[in-house]
Design a protein around this ligand. Structure first.
Ligand SMILES: Nc1nc2c(c(=O)[nH]1)N[C@H]1C(S)=C(S)[C@@H](COP(=O)(O)OP(=O)(O)OC[C@H]3O[C@@H](n4cnc5c(=O)[nH]c(N)nc54)[C@H](O)[C@@H]3O)O[C@H]1N2
Ligand SMILES: Nc1nc2c(c(=O)[nH]1)N[C@H]1C(S)=C(S)[C@@H](COP(=O)(O)OP(=O)(O)OC[C@H]3O[C@@H](n4cnc5c(=O)[nH]c(N)nc54)[C@H](O)[C@@H]3O)O[C@H]1N2
Ligand SMILES: [Mo]
Length: 695
């Protein structure tokens, strides 16, 4: 299988265009949005006299469709921001104190860091830990060279669970991989369930297709505790309680059975474990389901009827619903719905949570060179429990204490759960922390060394997506600013400084680019058009053929698990902290990225807590007042917004602010916990009880 230019795609633009409307000094460069978002847009970057003046969406890339979100259209503002870190920095103040750094040369930075890492590695390389996530989703500037470096060192490995591993594991347990419907066929659906997704804020280019279906008469139903801007635009909004999605799915299955709305032929041929699931679902009457989910029995019945009797019916599931104890199983139960009704028979029916598994057969598994580890043992640290793990002493179970942390593409001090422990860990004076960054984030503030990294406009990369199925190229538009270097280069330089002489640690970005997919992607087509599409069937599971060992979808063991922290599972805790808190993305930030871009922060205003009028009233709180949000783990202050977007009993701490830009130097993760989900060992950000009082 080879990914090539789509046969119906327009003729490619030349590599650097010579649009007559542009001045002689202007060039247009093909890029890809690097951010952690399902849309992975194709970018058209305009460079004038060596400076990027405009970033736009490529008009002929199907899902980008010439449009960018507000954030990424401001990308030049981020790249040329006055606060960019453009030189290596070394800490000169103690870790609990106001952070102060001095500028040093690359040579000094590399030799000091290299020397300290060598000393630790000589005792036990597993005391060294990489910490990274999806600050860039590029295959090169992500783990491309970093993984080689850490494998060669024999460092601890990081389990990258912070976002999607519960849902990913749920999807893999059900379908065999992270695969689903094609984005474009949502436009032909007659019913779309937008389940745990605020598409208009965080998956805008999906919304275009949903909106097209809506204009052609489709019904749109939003299933989300919060009345989001997406819910405003759907025909119906079901505001269930956080973490009860698995119960809702079982209640729907109950109705499919009761009315015999099942596709028995599809189930017999393509589903394992149906009898067992059927028995479990029969206990979930509409009344019991409604009671668990905080809905009415008629809402449950109506949803089941709509879903079973409208064809084609599609589900856009997103990761918002799996950040709870039972998140993995909830994904399993929801992913089974289109198998029970046979919705998969149609190309506009089925489900999409992630499309990333479609790339797996084409990816070159050796890009990251796990062989460089050479059979040495590898301890695995879960990134979601970094708070606890940084504070853990050496022990036979745990292994060596973490002595060095190298952070890139992530801002754990702001985004990891239970910040009081994360901060205490990063403040350890005996911990060596090196942070590769664009800005002085909360994490960089606690570093020993900060190394200036390039942004997407300054480096080469190649991208996959978890919302569509194209491969994109990102050509550098301008040379690195100041003394910034690509992540790949920083790891090559560190390897050289440490005398690690394996040639794989010196391969350049062009070589890595060729290796990322090998012959499976036509690089010439990729570079001339900017993207290539994977050749995939339109209705992937019309005749079954799931990428499981048996080729059948699996219902074996899928069940509902209530939250760790809820009225039902923890009544004593709920008596003290009666409000369920979720902390979904703010529209104009991307996780904690863009919080320092003034024009975007001005739109968001300040850190907000949305609360229903009745909850505010019973606490004597009023709109606009400063409040303290707290539980046994910690507290933070923010501005109260009495809002119709909140249902009674649920509050929304919109994320993810830089701590230092919060009212009291803290953010929402001060109160979240480090317990892990049922599948995939992910954090439970939206499984969290709090109380709120006047500050
Ligand atoms: N603008 C913007 N876009 C983003 C991001 C961002 O921070 N800002 N983040 C990016 C990232 S990292 C990711 S992983 C993706 C997807 O990121 P997601 O976290 O899936 O983001 P949303 O699509 O906003 O979905 C969250 C929605 O789920 C709802 N929700 C919370 N708890 C529950 C629950 O228990 N059940 C149900 N049914 N719904 C629940 C929230 O109210 C919210 O509206 O988006 C990406 N896109
Ligand atoms: N309470 C709560 N917490 C959450 C969530 C939530 O919904 N609620 N969402 C969770 C989710 S879904 C996710 S994905 C995580 C996200 O957490 P992270 O992956 O840490 O994402 P960001 O906060 O955007 O931080 C990414 C950092 O990478 C840097 N960066 C970007 N590109 C590059 C590059 O090329 N080189 C280098 N060296 N650095 C780069 C950026 O400047 C930025 O500071 O947060 C999680 N935390
Ligand atoms: Mo995420």
């Amino acid at each position: 299988m080879q990914a090539t230019r789509h046969p119906t795609a327009p003729a490619p633009e030349p590599h650097a265009s010579t649009d007559p409307a542009q001045s002689a000094a202007q060039r247009v460069v093909k890029g890809a949005c690097p951010h952690d978002c399902p849309d992975t847009c194709a970018l058209r970057v305009t460079v004038d006299n060596g400076r990027v003046v405009k970033v736009q969406g490529q008009p002929d890339h199907a899902s980008t469709h010439g449009a960018l979100c507000t954030k990424v259209s401001r990308y030049p503002e981020r790249t040329y921001h006055a606060d960019r870190v453009l030189h290596p920095l070394k800490r000169v103040s103690a870790k609990g104190d106001t952070p102060r750094f001095e500028r040093i040369s690359w040579q000094q930075a590399l030799s000091e860091i290299g020397g300290r890492l060598q000393a630790i590695a000589a005792r036990n390389p597993q005391a060294i830990l990489p910490y990274s996530y999806a600050g860039t989703m590029g295959l090169l500037q992500g783990e491309g060279m970093a993984a080689r470096f850490f494998h060669r060192l024999g460092a601890s490995r990081l389990d990258r669970t912070i976002c999607a591993s519960a849902g990913g594991a749920g999807l893999a347990a059900t379908y065999g991989h992270k695969v689903g419907m094609h984005l474009r066929f949502f436009a032909e659906s007659r019913l779309i369930l937008l389940w745990g997704t605020n598409s208009i804020a965080s998956n805008l280019h999906f919304w275009t297709f949903a909106n097209q279906a809506k204009r052609q008469g489709a019904k749109l139903v939003c299933i989300d505790p919060r009345k989001t801007e997406t819910a405003d635009k759907c025909h119906q909004h079901l505001a269930l309680l956080p973490g009860t999605d698995g119960a809702l799915a079982l209640g729907l299955i109950h109705e499919l059975i009761a009315h015999d709305w099942l596709d028995h032929d599809y189930i017999t041929r393509h589903v394992d474990g149906w009898d067992e699931l059927r028995a479990r679902a029969l206990a979930w009457t509409p009344e019991r389901t409604a009671e668990e989910c905080g809905l009415t029995a008629d809402e449950v019945r109506g949803l089941a009827r709509d879903y079973a009797t409208t064809s084609p019916a599609a589900i856009r599931l997103n990761y918002g619903m799996q950040r709870v104890r039972g998140g993995g199983n909830a994904v399993r139960l929801i992913a089974l719905l289109p198998c029970l009704t046979g919705a998969w028979r149609h190309r506009a029916g089925g489900l999409l949570l992630s499309s990333s598994g479609w790339y797996a057969p084409l990816r070159n598994p050796t890009l990251e060179r796990a062989d460089l580890r050479g059979g040495r043992p590898s301890r695995v640290i879960n990134m979601s429990t970094i708070g606890d793990d940084l504070l853990r002493p050496a022990s036979p179970d745990f292994g060596p204490r973490i002595e060095a942390l190298i952070v890139y593409n992530s801002n754990p001090v702001a985004v990891a759960p239970e910040s009081p422990k994360v901060v205490a860990g990063f403040q350890r004076s005996d911990l060596l922390t090196v942070v590769l960054e664009h800005f002085m984030t909360d994490t960089a503030d606690l570093a020993d060394y900060v190394l200036p990294a390039t942004t997407q406009l300054e480096h080469l990369d190649i991208h996959t997506s978890y919302g569509h199925t194209d491969v994109l190229i990102n050509e550098p538009a301008v040379p690195p600013l100041g003394e910034a270097r690509p992540n790949t280069q920083i790891f090559r330089d560190l390897a050289a400084a440490m005398g690690l002489d394996d040639p794989a640690l010196q391969e350049n970005d062009e070589t890595l680019l060729r290796q990322a997919f090998g012959p499976a992607v036509d690089l010439q087509a990729l570079r001339s058009q900017g993207w290539v599409s994977l050749p995939l069937p339109e209705a992937p599971f019309a005749q079954g053929g799931f990428p499981t060992a048996s080729g059948r979808a699996s219902a074996v063991g899928a069940d509902y698990l209530p939250n760790y922290e809820s009225r039902r599972s923890a009544p004593a805790l709920a008596a003290r902290y009666p409000l369920a808190m979720i902390s979904p993305p703010a529209r104009n930030f991307l996780n904690s990225s863009f919080v320092n871009v003034t024009s975007l922060r001005d739109i968001e205003g300040e850190q907000l807590l949305e609360m229903h009028d009745s909850d505010a009233h019973s606490r004597g709180l009023s709109d606009g007042q400063t409040v303290r949000v707290f539980n046994d783990r910690g507290s933070y202050q923010c501005r109260l917004q009495v809002s119709h977007r909140a249902r009674p009993g649920v509050v929304h701490g919109l994320g993810i602010w830089w701590r230092k830009l919060g009212l009291d130097g803290r953010n929402v993760n001060e109160v979240t916990h480090q317990q892990l989900t049922d599948l995939g060992a992910a954090p439970c950000f939206y499984d969290c009880l709090v109380e709120v009082s006047a500050a």
